[in-house]
Write a protein of this length. Structure first.
Length: 694
């Protein structure tokens, strides 16, 4: 007979949050078991050992069959079993798993040497043991020496993902749910689905690389189908998801890719996968992120002779892979170009395959963008190596380097086809890189972990190093025109559905007068930066007196953009101007995210483990139209509910009430989302404190 001290083991191994009855431990750290024999144990005569098996064909040399023998003293990070107490029929042992053993679910047996041969206990699923990575163990490659960071990057099951643009940063909570029932088995299944050899499951590098491929469905029928075209037939809109649990459990049960995701969904689910297995991980947002197809660190914007954007040439150069999609394959498209923002992950691990100093945070990205070694995946790439330009090291460092270091080049196209560079913007790409701060929901700026400040000696040296290692760099020089006349514009803060102004200011810095022909273009854009439709096209002339400034207001009416609006309510404005006397071109572009209404969450009454808790979701429709086929999702402790096909007439309020039973005491978060064709990315959240049962 076999028994285990589950609760003590789980507390000591930081696995007590898992909603799983089986033993879950971390490698490189001893755990306790107790064995009951059918007769008193005699150490002088009886010889036994413990065996662990994983996979169909366990082999000792591959680490999939492990024979754990009795030892006098346990050695740190090496397999061994030490008897701590014996009496009568029972024997208590401490078992030390190796710090580099395979991660997964093991079958456990007791083997006894007898005169007639070796006898083993029968297969008993109750004795199955999960072994995970151990950030608390110095011998484990994922060791993290800061307890505050371990609490955040391994044990925190709630996160914050930032999105929008640098001038209007938004955030949304995400339920990683790595400890929820069934999630651990779902994450282990992903390694089976990715056909990662069992012997490779001891390496956080191999697991994170395989994980970045299997999270997306592009070439391996992985977890999530990507869609960036605002059409989400037969699936869930990316903005409707509130966490990873539903996605992983649906994929595990159906064995079919889940529809649909975009970069923050891929990153959120990937973060769950990594943290669940014990690899410290966090979600990163890069604002003004580049997708450089040919790694020349350059994004091109072409203007015609009048200063207007040449949409054909610009689309071809920046957004070349964002094309109309065949009906049966439209959800599988890949996107490219400059994006308002892009989310990826970082995983913490040593890198013994790289020179000393390049371990630590590694960039890994599961959003399908470019093919790497035959699959759509990215990383792990050393963040330290990216910062210093050492992009020769695996994996995919040149691509990540370009995402944060590309230039935007504005060129004027002449009638004879010659392209003249007007301006090179070296600061627009990778303007701000952030993640969630440890222990709070605040934003943490980590831009300087990826790149040195522009125009510093260190930044130039990093770029020269990248060039030495093969990154192509255009010889384009910044020939910014002299500043006789300069131009900039601001977009007024505005809520979704309202009118607002774009204020364009010209400043004449000379004693001469000038006339300016100007053009404003307003477009609906996907968050990837790809333009859907131009909704505003306004030309105007300005006469500038010497040494004076003049501001022109352009009114943007809600009826102009509302009928075409995409889910993140993101608008892109491009203002170009030609100074007629000098023929110089001025160009500025900005994204603006309209303020989206929020959901209001309330929890009246008691909040106690094991007792009914009432959650109320309220939403007031701010639009001048009825909302049809509204879907509301509610995610929280002991709760994952969906209400669909609701109707919310204009100027009315939706009230939805649900009951749940909290399972765990302590501070928790409720997260809700509302989604319909006319309105997406509507969220609400509420922090609550669950009391222990009396």
């Amino acid at each position: 007979m076999f028994s285990r001290e589950h609760e003590i083991n789980k507390q000591q191994h930081h696995t007590d949050k898992f909603d799983n009855p089986k033993l879950i431990v971390r490698r490189g750290q001893a755990f306790h078991i107790q064995i009951s024999f059918n007769r008193p144990y005699n150490p002088e005569k009886d010889q036994f050992w413990i065996e662990y098996f994983i996979g169909r064909y366990p082999q000792e040399k591959k680490g999939t069959y492990i024979k754990v023998c009795l030892v006098q003293e346990l050695r740190s990070g090496e397999w061994g079993a030490k008897i701590t107490h014996s009496g009568g029929h029972s024997v208590a042992l401490n078992i030390m798993p190796a710090a580099n053993c395979v991660v997964g679910k093991f079958r456990m047996y007791i083997a006894i040497s007898t005169p007639i041969g070796i006898l083993r206990t029968r297969r008993n699923p109750a004795t199955d043991t999960y072994i995970l990575f151990n950030p608390w163990c110095t011998e484990d490659p994922v060791f993290l020496d800061d307890e505050r960071e371990r609490q955040e990057y391994v044990l925190n099951d709630l996160g914050v993902i930032f999105y929008g643009d640098p001038e209007n940063i938004r955030s949304r909570s995400w339920n990683y749910g790595q400890f929820e029932e069934g999630v651990l088995d779902a994450c282990l299944y992903l390694m089976d689905r990715a056909q990662l050899d069992l012997s490779g499951r001891c390496s956080p590098l191999k697991i994170s690389r395989v994980g970045s491929a299997v999270i997306n469905s592009k070439d391996d029928e992985g977890v999530i189908v990507g869609s960036w075209n605002n059409i989400y037939d037969y699936g869930v809109a990316p903005s409707a998801w509130t966490g990873s649990v539903n996605i992983l459990l649906e994929y595990h049960s159906s064995r079919e890719p889940v529809r649909y995701g975009q970069c923050w969904v891929f990153a959120g689910v990937f973060n769950t996968f990594l943290r669940c297995l014990g690899i410290p991980a966090r979600v990163i947002t890069n604002f003004s992120s580049a997708h450089d197809n040919d790694a020349n660190l350059q994004m091109d914007v072409f203007l015609d002779e009048n200063g207007k954007v040449d949409s054909k040439l610009t689309k071809d150069s920046i957004c070349s892979s964002f094309k109309p999609i065949p009906k049966l394959n439209r959800a599988l498209q890949i996107y490219s170009g400059k994006r308002n923002y892009h989310c990826w992950n970082e995983a913490w691990m040593s890198r013994p395959d790289l020179p000393v100093g390049f371990g630590g945070w590694q960039a890994v990205d599961s959003t399908p963008q470019e093919n790497s070694d035959g699959m759509y995946r990215c990383g792990p790439a050393s963040v330290k190596a990216i910062k210093h330009g050492h992009i020769c090291f695996p994996f995919d460092a040149p691509f990540v380097f370009a995402e944060v270091n590309s230039d935007v080049v504005y060129s004027k196209t002449m009638k004879n086809g010659i392209k003249l560079v007007q301006h090179v913007d070296k600061t627009q790409i990778g303007r701000l890189i952030v993640t969630k701060e440890e222990g709070t929901d605040k934003m943490k700026n980590i831009t300087e972990e990826y790149k040195f400040q522009e125009d510093t000696e260190e930044e130039r040296l990093a770029l020269e190093t990248a060039l030495m290692y093969g990154v192509k760099k255009s010889m384009t020089q910044d020939i910014t025109p002299s500043m006789e006349v300069d131009m900039d514009f601001v977009v007024e803060d505005s809520a979704l559905g309202s009118d607002f102004n774009v204020n364009i200011t010209f400043r004449n810095n000379t004693q001469s007068g000038y006339t300016v022909t100007s053009y404003l273009s307003g477009s609906i854009v996907f968050y990837t930066g790809v333009s859907k439709n131009e909704f505003k096209n306004h030309s105007f002339n300005v006469t500038l007196e010497p040494m004076k400034a003049q501001t022109v207001e352009v009114l943007i009416k809600s009826r102009e953009y509302m009928s075409q609006l995409l889910e993140q309510a993101s608008l892109h404005f491009f203002v170009t101007a030609r100074v007629n006397e000098t023929q110089k071109i001025l160009a500025r572009q900005k994204n603006v995210a309209l303020k989206i209404p929020q959901l209001l969450l309330k929890v009246p009454g008691e909040k106690v483990v094991g007792k009914d808790m009432t959650v109320i979701v309220e939403f007031r429709n701010p639009l001048k139209q009825d909302l049809n086929n509204v879907c509301v999702r509610l995610d929280g402790p002991g709760l994952l509910k969906t209400a669909s096909k609701l109707e919310v007439p204009r100027n009315s309020t939706l009230t939805w009430e649900e009951k749940c039973i909290p399972k765990q005491a302590g501070p928790r978060k409720l997260i809700a989302s509302l989604n319909c064709d006319a309105l997406r990315h509507v969220y609400g959240e509420l922090d609550i404190n669950i009391q222990s049962a009396v």
